[in-house]
Design a protein around this ligand. Structure first.
Ligand SMILES: [Zn+2]
Length: 374
């Protein structure tokens, strides 16, 4: 977003529209938001920043499907009854993100079924204080969704070698640990960042980078440079593949510094810091308390929603399989299973260990390590 200025004539025009919005709100009339965000004088500079690609999923956008998304939704906030939306940010360029149709309004698919809720009017918080009116401090909000325009957020999105978006090696934030939720996995769920349409091609790109990185000569370097530049499709995945390749090529003599990556792209960290918040968000530290034979077979988790019993399977790597997809965190797995944005997986899922049925939260609490000084 840096370097963007608001064109004066456009600002004057939008101020007039906003004045009408304010007047409508004062008299309880219906508001009309003219789509000034789609006008060339702002959309073209936004597109010039990263090229014609979606800032969320990094897929190249073809012509008409270029949407200018309001990161903070302008007319309402899903799940916040009575919220009028962040109407006062409707014409703020720093609230705009270029988005593809799938990320903005849905339509992504996995194995023939619709997947992802799309951003739309979603703007959940992981913690902090919600802004309700003009003048409220936006810095007090801690958004759940990763923001492609916020320093640090893109680094939380990593990729495995199969082309799937995953959380990077970054430790969980205190807000994530407290809420038992992973911002990256929630972003993957809501925006369907692992939809079938892109994972296969992303994997092929990463394999290509791995091959090119092992080839000597300037031609291979030139092809790599083309694929990792920030304007290239899925450049974060390409950069992750390159960093992984470089890290693997180094002799193991100690901590390895990550290779330089273009700003705003994901990085591979070979030696992550110990993550004290992890056991509040995922199950990896708890697997040792389960029977290895049961885990190898897959442990059934059950949960009730809308008078129905839903099932998932806990796998030996700590992932929870729901509808053919593996998720790292109980909360996102529960939200996928129920379709609700407002479920905590640690309370929702239940399992039976040595004949005792309990929630995942109860199971976790029974195996908390003795507290040690931080
Ligand atoms: Zn997208």
């Amino acid at each position: 977003m840096s370097g963007l200025t608001t064109p004066t004539a456009w600002a004057d025009k939008t101020e007039q529209t906003l004045r009408k919005v304010r007047a409508a709100m004062a008299t309880d009339q219906e508001r009309t938001f003219k789509a000034h965000w789609s006008e060339d004088e702002v959309r073209e500079p936004l597109l010039a920043l990263l090229g014609p690609k979606c800032w969320y999923c990094e897929t190249t956008i073809q012509r008409a499907d270029v949407n200018v998304d309001h990161f903070r939704p302008k007319s309402d906030v899903l799940g916040e009854t009575g919220h009028d939306g962040y109407w006062w940010l409707a014409y703020r360029i720093d609230n705009y993100r270029i988005a593809c149709k799938h990320c903005n309004s849905g339509g992504a698919r996995f194995e023939g079924k619709r997947e992802g809720l799309a951003k739309g009017a979603r703007f959940p918080l992981v913690a902090g204080v919600r802004a309700w009116k003009e003048g409220d401090d936006l810095d007090l909000e801690q958004p759940l969704l990763l923001d492609p325009a916020r320093p640090g957020d893109p680094d939380l999105l990593g990729f495995d070698t199969f082309g799937y978006a995953r959380r990077s090696a970054a430790p969980y934030s205190p807000a994530e640990s407290h809420g038992g939720v992973c911002r990256t996995e929630e972003t993957i769920r809501i925006l369907a960042l692992n939809a079938t349409q892109i994972t296969d091609q992303r994997r092929e790109l990463m394999e290509e980078i791995a091959d090119l990185a092992q080839m000597p000569g300037p031609l291979a370097q030139k092809h790599i440079a083309k694929r990792v530049r920030p304007t290239a499709q899925w450049s974060a995945a390409a950069t992750a593949a390159l960093n992984l390749q470089r890290a693997c090529a180094l002799p193991i003599t100690g901590p390895v510094p990550p290779a330089a990556a273009p700003p705003g792209t994901a990085t591979f960290t070979p030696t992550p810091a110990p993550d004290r918040g992890r056991r509040k968000v995922n199950l990896k530290d708890l697997l040792g308390y389960l029977d290895p034979a049961d885990l190898a077979a897959g442990i059934t988790l059950t949960g009730r929603h809308d008078k129905r019993e839903l099932r998932a399977t806990l796998l030996r790597d700590g992932k929870i399989s729901v509808l053919g997809r593996g998720w790292d965190t109980p909360t996102t797995a529960a939200r996928v299973a129920t379709g609700s944005d407002d479920v905590n997986g640690w309370d929702f899922w239940r399992l039976t260990v040595t004949g005792v049925e309990q929630s995942l939260g109860e199971f976790r609490d029974a195996h908390e390590p003795p507290s040690t000084p931080a």
